[in-house]
Design a protein. Structure first.
Length: 396
């Protein structure tokens, strides 16, 4: 064995927080995990019998793949998912993948040469670094401004644009800030991408989880002036990541769009990674999203209400809840002057409470903590109680 590729030169040792977390688990010590965002571990109500029945199609013993995804499955996304939102989408504009991560990888392969750059939001989804690196691309971050409701810091985005930029990524609502892309930022991105010949990739996996009725999620033109790839999937829309089905909805100037779809089809045909049972089940599964999303939304809302209640109590909490417009996370700001790492390690060791430090998501200001609003309510309330007590005793 000569060597491994440099792109896999990762630090394989777990960081201190991960090391102490697994030691705690191995020792069987009590743990209040406030980061759980795997919905299948959050005690949510799923229509189990209907999900099983949907997956049990008589056709599943036949294999007749379509590289873009089975026509009936794409038809159901166009009609039942986008149609319900009043959007007219043609099944030909959809391409199924096994995950949103895979959708990113296909698009990166479609759009960029090794060494090219992608503009990614900061703070944001930590996996972008890995997804870009695995495709030999360089992620360049652009800032979202905390003081302006996480609107795009245009000077930072323009400063990050270079000769080798190939695409701009946006997440709406963003993980973990929960902020929807503002309409003015959408217009800015579309115009900039059209002017510079860049593709725009918009991750909408949390789009169905609006938590502030005053906020209008951005709508997109059916024929944008540049290539626009909107990503979504069952991992969040149905809370069923194990079903492994996501999609790319591509739009743009007709000629460019046809060329992009043709090339994407070859990439998808090379892997044929989406399993047949889930594609056959998709029309029925999409109908089940209403009760599933209902139960997820109820959890998100009740945990958010709990946070607001604690924040508003007399003897103010030693943390401040940042506004949440949507998504599955909440961000707490702590009084300045304390080291984030020290705080999360102390919370874990002394209180058995696990919370993400803000630096996992590349926030520029400290100290911040990030928690999952999907956490089962009893654990959420107990964990927050311990967090507040711990911070008070620490003099915060
Ligand atoms: C913003 C964002 N995009 C994509 C994903 C992953 O989706 P998938 O499970 O479809 O790869 C996540 C998972 O948390 C996410 O937060």
């Amino acid at each position: 064995m000569k060597s491994f590729a440099r792109r896999t030169d990762w630090q394989l040792q777990p960081n201190e927080l991960a090391r102490r977390l697994s030691a705690r688990r191995a020792a069987g010590l009590p743990l209040l995990d406030l980061t759980e965002s795997n919905p299948t571990r959050c005690r949510l109500a799923y229509p189990e019998a209907q999900i099983r029945a949907a997956l049990n199609s008589p056709a599943l013993l036949r294999y007749s793949p379509d590289p873009r995804g089975l026509a009936a499955a794409r038809q159901s996304i166009a009609a039942s998912y986008y149609g319900a939102k009043g959007e007219e989408v043609k099944p030909e504009q959809l391409l199924l993948t096994a995950s949103t991560s895979e959708a990113y990888a296909y698009l990166f392969r479609l759009l960029a040469e090794p060494g090219d750059e992608l503009l990614v939001p900061r703070p944001g989804y930590p996996l972008f670094d890995f997804l870009a690196q695995i495709c030999d691309l360089k992620p360049v971050s652009y800032a979202l401004a905390a003081t302006r409701g996480w609107r795009i810091e245009r000077s930072s985005l323009l400063a990050g644009l270079g000769e080798r930029t190939r695409a701009i990524l946006a997440v709406s609502p963003n993980n973990p800030t929960g902020s929807f892309l503002a309409s003015a930022d959408r217009d800015f991105l579309l115009a900039l991408c059209a002017e510079r010949g860049l593709a725009l990739i918009v991750d909408e996996v949390f789009a169905d989880y609006s938590l502030d009725e005053r906020i209008e999620p951005p709508c997109w033109p059916a024929e944008p002036p540049t290539l626009l790839f909107r990503l979504n999937g069952l991992s969040k829309t149905l809370g069923l990541p194990q079903l492994k089905l996501s999609w790319i909805y591509a739009s743009g100037p007709p000629e460019l769009l046809q060329a992009a779809l043709g090339r994407l089809e070859i990439i998808a045909d090379t892997f044929l990674s989406v399993n047949t049972p889930v594609q056959l089940a998709l029309p029925r599964l999409l109908e089940l999203r209403l009760p599933i999303q209902g139960s997820i939304r109820e959890r998100l809302r009740s945990n958010l209400a709990k946070l607001k209640e604690l924040a508003g109590r007399s003897g103010p909490a030693p943390w401040r809840l940042l506004p949440v417009q949507g998504g599955w996370y909440a961000v707490l700001r702590l009084p300045p002057g304390r080291d984030e790492e020290e705080l999360v390690l102390g919370l874990l060791d002394d209180e058995g409470v696990y919370i993400y430090p803000g630096y996992f998501f590349d926030f520029s200001q400290e100290p911040l903590l990030v928690l999952s609003l999907l956490t089962p309510p009893d654990r959420f309330a107990a964990g927050l109680g311990r967090l507040t007590g711990y911070l008070r005793r620490a003099g915060l």
